[in-house]
Design a protein around this ligand. Structure first.
Ligand code: GCV
Length: 714
């Protein structure tokens, strides 16, 4: 009996060693600092026996606390705290605390850092040095990334500085706690109880963002309420700013154009009216009194019903410059969105932002950035890059990506966005010849801009796992890493994310990275293959609805985008159609003019082609479409198989969540495929290619599906 009990206890102990000690709900994100195996723990300890730091500024205190927490969790041993570097110490230093640093800090700016293994008076030391405390904090997170991913910790000689100046999250969070296009629960901003109650989550939010280099956050929805500019709400924003400041994160606010009228009864919001300008100046002064390092304003104007300067026959530049003048004395900036299209403009929606903004190039004040979505329509699974990139050389253009997956499966689909971000940043605008990539426009190097920025619409909510699923965390992570360095690859980012989020065990990292890397293409395949776009359900954008044709504005209807008829499918954006291709640089436009030289992945975005058009594979367009739908569904089934094989290597909570979500994704991918095929077949009456299964239901069944309570829709 005793022997059996002993065996049982030994087996339990072995199991507990093999599994993570705590329940995993995803709250810790990629900052889990899971216990390392014995050899690795010894290695980490040897390089982190002590933390040496001379100052106790809030930022260096945060850096030191992060190291203590991490090293303790990974190794079980707390590092000593010292003022001067001793053997095996991590030495956190700036020129203020250590004037004769044995490393050059040139070109690292205020946020970059150097990490170097040095010999300090005969002692091995790891120096993490920067021009500022914030730079040191970023360096600390880099070192922790190395420690967590199993990288070598000796002979380090790393220098890193961000390529893009403003690296921001945009929260589409409403003052009532809902989140537009949010799929991770309510807003993490508890506006009601701020500024008195400041829960611990705000600090964890700042830690997570600082760990990937994000340095700003726009707290409220671009569909803004004027109330966010009232004194009580400024005080609430100030409370958050105080928490974020040590982490190098500034707060920004979205503003409603008519705020002067709504809040103080002005008769107009005309940007050239002196009273309006004075109102904004006074408002900016109020904000800066409460938040001395306030970042500035984000504006959605004359777009989707939002008011703006065009209501007063003024231009976007008139509006942006008036606001820019208000924040300029305080060092603030204005981010003016180029996401505009008008209900009374019959031209191709994809052309309208360019038509409005290109003529304004050179007219914006020097503290204005024009914020441009990655594509000309709206965050589709795939869009060609926005033609404004490369077309406004005199204006800093800020990239806007969507991290929340409004059109890519929302919370449950595993569709890693790293490849989407990478594809856009790497796209060649040809604005100044070959190699004029979107990344070079955004980082300012193509046109010599010093003011540069990139924004990601956040996928964060109060769900314990922050992002609605464990794998959605990777999109937040990838955004930050690419914002810091747009030359990183989506694959290397997936690799480090998987190692930190699950485990550095290659038996896990390798298959997880493979799953992630193909997952966005799979979503394109089962939703919008070959350049199709915007065929999602009305309003909530959940699920397929390519048949919708009865909405008030033409460009709200999926039929507007695919233009399928008995003869063919696709949007003709060549000279015989809307001629949107003329908005691209001539070298690129020439290629896009011909279907044969247009990338097949964008074929139907630019061309209306007959159903029997021959693809490069030799199959007809119709057969190729059907095969892509099938390929997308099959990829999800493959991910399910891979994930199931990883059960022994993943904790039960996160394994079960991902397994359940993959099952949802598979069901919905099949639904997308079947509904799309049923609809397009009702138009072209063509047989399915050999071997392709007919849709599970008839078209009416798919049309009858209704989702009045789908999340995220305001
Ligand atoms: C914040 C799309 C989304 C809207 C969003 C808008 C925008 O239209 O569906 O929810 O509004 O883009 O980016 O302003």
């Amino acid at each position: 009996m005793i022997a059996r009990l002993f065996c049982y206890m030994t087996a339990m102990a072995m199991m507990m060693l093999a599994l993570p000690a705590r329940a995993e709900d995803g709250y810790d994100l990629w900052l889990r600092y899971a216990p390392a195996d014995q050899a690795r723990a010894a290695d980490i300890s040897a390089h982190a026996r002590a933390i040496a730091s001379r100052t106790n500024s809030p930022t260096l205190r945060a850096a030191s606390q992060e190291l203590q927490r991490a090293i303790m969790r990974m190794t079980g041993t707390a590092p000593a705290l010292a003022e001067t570097p001793t053997a095996g110490a991590l030495w956190l230093a700036t020129p203020d605390t250590a004037p004769a640093l044995p490393v050059s800090l040139k070109a690292l700016g205020t946020e970059g850092y150097a990490i170097r293994s040095i010999d300090q008076g005969g002692q091995p030391v790891t120096l993490i040095a920067a021009n500022s405390d914030i730079g040191v904090l970023h360096g600390v997170f880099h070192w922790l990334r190395l420690a967590q991913t199993g990288a070598a910790l000796d002979r380090l000689d790393i220098r890193s500085a961000p390529r893009i100046g403003l690296r921001l999250l945009n929260h589409w969070d409403n003052l009532n706690g809902t989140v537009e296009r949010g799929y991770a629960g309510m807003s993490i901003w508890d506006w009601w109880r701020l500024p008195d109650y400041k829960g611990p989550r705000y600090t964890d939010y700042a830690r997570a963002n600082a760990s990937i280099g994000i340095n700003g956050t726009v707290l409220n929805n671009v569909n803004a309420k004027a109330d966010s500019l009232t004194a009580p709400y400024i005080a609430k924003a100030a409370a958050l700013a105080d928490i974020f400041r040590p982490y190098g994160i500034r707060v920004y606010l979205s503003v409603k154009w008519t705020a002067p009228m709504e809040l103080d009864g002005l008769e107009t919001a005309d940007p050239l009216d002196p009273q309006v300008a004075a109102w904004w100046k006074a408002k900016a002064d109020d904000i800066y009194r409460a938040i001395p390092d306030f970042g500035g304003f984000l504006v959605k104007a004359n777009s989707e019903g939002q008011p703006g300067p065009q209501d007063y026959d003024r231009t976007h530049a008139d509006g942006a410059n008036m606001l820019a003048a208000a924040v300029k004395p305080h060092g603030g900036i204005v981010m003016w969105r180029a996401f505009v299209y008008a209900h009374d403009n019959p031209d191709d929606r994809a052309k309208q932002a360019f038509a409005d903004f290109k003529p304004l190039d050179g007219q914006f004040a020097d503290n204005v950035l024009v914020q441009v979505k990655n594509g000309a329509i709206d965050f589709q699974p795939r869009e060609p890059f926005h033609p404004l990139f490369g077309a406004m050389p005199k204006t800093p253009l800020m990239m806007e990506f969507q991290i929340t997956k409004e059109y890519l499966g929302q919370s449950t689909h595993l569709t890693y966005l790293g490849p989407l971000f990478e594809e856009t940043l790497d796209a060649d605008t040809y604005a100044k010849g070959k190699g004029s990539t979107v990344a070079k426009v955004v980082d300012g190097s193509l046109d010599g801009h010093r003011l540069t920025g990139i924004a990601g619409v956040a996928n964060i909510g109060v769900d314990r796992d922050w992002s609605g699923s464990i794998f959605n965390q990777a999109d937040w992570y990838a955004f930050g890493r690419l914002a810091w360095d747009p030359d990183l690859t989506a694959e290397s980012i997936a690799r480090e994310w998987a190692a930190m989020t699950f485990s550095p065990d290659p038996r896990l990292v390798q298959p997880v990275v493979v799953m992630m890397m193909g997952s966005r293409e799979a979503a394109v395949d089962y939703m919008t293959p070959l350049g199709l776009a915007h065929v999602m359900g009305t309003g909530h954008h959940y699920g397929p609805a390519p048949w919708v044709s009865d909405l008030a504005r033409p460009e709200w209807n999926p039929v507007y985008y695919h233009k399928a008829d008995a003869r063919g499918i696709g949007f003709d954006r060549t000279r015989s159609g809307s001629n949107a291709i003329a908005q691209y640089a001539p070298a690129l436009a020439r290629r896009l003019a011909d279907p044969a030289t247009t990338p097949e992945s964008e074929l139907l975005w630019f061309h209306h082609l007959p159903w029997d058009y021959r693809l490069k594979s030799g199959e007809t367009l119709w057969n190729g479409l059907v095969h892509r739908y099938d390929r997308g569904v099959a990829y999800v089934a493959d991910m399910q198989r891979t994930w199931n094989s990883l059960r022994p290597l993943v904790d039960p909570e996160r394994f079960a969540q991902t397994q359940a979500f993959l099952a949802i994704q598979h069901r919905e991918a099949q639904w997308w495929r079947d509904a799309s095929i049923a609809y397009f077949q009702s138009i072209n009456h063509l047989p399915l290619p050999a071997g392709a299964a007919p849709p599970a239901h008839d078209l009416d069944w798919y049309k009858a599906q209704s989702f009045p309570y789908a999340p995220g829709h305001n």
